[in-house]
Design a protein around this ligand. Structure first.
Ligand SMILES: [Zn+2]
Length: 219
């Protein structure tokens, strides 16, 4: 075993986010182990750049965090990016329940969480404790999860205003691994709008589609 650091704390931190070169063949047991892990993260360095491989029970994310290196590296090409929901798409009725709750709260903003149980694979909706709600401000707390349950989506409304991520939203989402959704124009049923992103690894990534089954809101 090669020591990557000369003290135990630094070694433990590095072990939390291991970094591996992609072999020229493309196949690597340690990179495969990162991809199949229940939960964890690490980096794979290939010709295409440095890829973050991040896993949660509900999420599989492979995304490049750098461009292609200018230097020649005798490494493999690296895999394609992907972002997949291991939990599957969220049942459509949960979206209806959440939008109903948001409309009931008008003119105030409101919030909801979609949570998922990795053992039973069921989804549920939780409406959080609200500390303060006005038409332009909302303070709420992420629910404490019981064993096997995970927050998949953190959702809030902007009432009758447009859906977008505010500076406050960016600060709230900076350190989380979750899907973040905002709904706006809730006084215009059928014309409400949605903003969405995947928060992971300190990044905000576009979602390729809505996480809800059969949802036509552009992601
Ligand atoms: Zn907001």
């Amino acid at each position: 075993m090669i020591d990557l650091a000369d003290d135990a704390t630094a070694a433990a931190l590095l072990a939390e986010v291991p970094c591996y070169p992609v072999p020229p063949s493309g196949r690597s047991p340690v990179i495969d182990a990162l991809r199949s892990a229940r939960s964890g993260q690490g980096l794979a360095i290939g010709q295409a750049g440095v890829m973050l491989i991040l896993r949660r029970p509900w999420l599989a994310l492979d995304t490049y965090v750098t461009g292609r290196p200018h230097a020649y590296l005798p490494y493999g090409a690296g895999e394609k990016e992907k972002a997949g929901l291991r939990c599957g798409l969220i049942p459509h009725e949960h979206l209806g329940q959440i939008l109903h709750h948001f409309r009931e709260a008008l003119p105030n903003e409101a919030a909801a969480f979609v949570i998922w149980n990795e053992v039973t694979r069921e989804f549920a909706v939780r409406f959080p404790d609200i500390d303060e709600a006005t038409p332009s401000r909302l303070v709420y707390r992420t629910p404490v999860m019981e064993a096997d349950w995970h927050v998949v989506c953190d959702i809030h409304s902007h009432g009758t205003g447009p859906a977008f991520f505010s500076t406050t939203d960016n600060a709230d989402d900076a350190h989380a691994t979750k899907i973040s959704l905002v709904f706006g124009r809730l006084n215009q049923p059928g014309h409400e709008n949605m903003a969405s992103r995947l928060c992971a690894g300190g990044m905000f990534l576009p979602l390729p589609r809505s996480p809800f089954q059969g949802d036509n809101h552009a992601a």
